[in-house]
Design a binder for this molecule. Structure first.
Ligand SMILES: Cc1cc2nc3c(=O)[nH]c(=O)nc-3n(C[C@H](O)[C@H](O)[C@H](O)COP(=O)(O)O)c2cc1C
Length: 283
């Protein structure tokens, strides 16, 4: 029945969502709608067998052209894990996570296959970078959902790219291999909270792109504020002033004024990516 997901949809969107008809009642979807990131972990080890199961699930994700351009580094060595964590003191959960994985876009393996099979090609065009990124992102999210299904908590970590040189040294990354995001894994130490999402009218466009959905942002800001206000933690008031009402959209607009990832594009170019069109047009 459509009512079956009412509470979860309200939790996710802060309003009643009418799905408009009969729908199957699937327990896993109830859980999915309530999913959340966790940054605090219980002092309980995660069995290696479980991590291997999660990795197997991660690599079950779809892959563009079956090229399989994702790789993962499982940081088992405590010293290396600590060195990585020390680069990001603002995010202590990187160091405290019982398990830390790094999901990599791996445009290199396809080049190696070409060398092995006598069909040498370069995979450094935008297409190769983009496909490897998407593959890694899909593997990452599949791993997250598998972990959450088993009661684990996770937090993706893209801040790695802000210190790309140091990170790539610690992980010994070769050319054409780059981090898309790390992933903290552990049993949650607390329930956490659901991060409310924009209403579907803002994110789902029927038949053509339609910017009128932006009108839904104000209401979303208010609903989100009523549940979890960030009003007393305004970002850089010395730069932007103090807003009378401080909602999600103001916060994200301010956040975006301090771009991240400086040096990442330049680093990628030193690692063999040109971001050009492919060298030979696809046949
Ligand atoms: C690609 C990606 C990178 C992220 N990087 C970080 C990060 O570096 N540090 C962090 O604490 N959270 C990070 N997050 C977690 C997001 O902040 C979180 O998913 C978002 O606030 C929504 O919350 P929810 O996952 O609980 O719905 C990342 C999430 C994604 C998808």
């Amino acid at each position: 029945m459509a009512d079956d997901y009412k509470d979860e949809l309200r939790a996710r969107f802060g309003l009643d969502v009418d799905l408009g008809g009969e729908i199957p009642d699937e327990p896993w979807l109830h859980q999915l709608l309530l999913r959340r990131t966790h940054r605090r972990y219980a002092d309980r080890p995660v069995a290696e067998s479980l991590v291997r199961l999660l990795l197997a699930a991660a690599f079950s994700a779809s892959s563009k052209s079956d090229f399989q351009q994702a790789s993962v580094i499982w940081l088992k060595d405590r010293g290396r894990h600590d060195r990585l964590a020390a680069l990001f003191p603002d995010m202590p959960w990187i160091g405290t996570a019982p398990v830390f994985l790094v999901f990599l876009g791996d445009a290199r393996r396809l080049e190696k296959l070409g060398e092995m099979r006598g069909h040498k090609q370069s995979n450094g065009a935008l297409e190769g970078f983009f496909n490897a990124t998407v593959d890694a992102a899909l593997a990452l999210q599949t791993c997250i959902l598998a972990a959450e299904t088993l009661g684990l908590g996770t937090c993706p970590i893209s801040v790695l790219r802000n210190r790309i040189k140091a990170v790539s040294e610690i992980l010994e990354l070769p050319d054409k291999v780059f981090p898309v995001a790390g992933l903290c894994l552990g049993y949650p130490a607390q329930p956490g909270f659901i991060s409310m999402r924009l209403p579907l009218e803002a994110t789902v466009h029927i038949d053509h792109y339609d910017e009128s959905g932006l009108a839904a942002v104000d209401g979303y800001d208010r609903r989100r504020d009523a549940r979890h206000s960030i009003g007393n933690r305004q970002r850089s008031p010395e730069r932007f002033g103090t807003a009378e009402f401080y909602g999600w959209s103001e916060d994200k607009a301010r956040q975006a004024m301090t771009p991240e990832g400086f040096g990442f594009a330049a680093w990628l170019r030193t690692r063999g990516f040109t971001f050009d069109e492919p060298e030979t047009p696809a046949g």
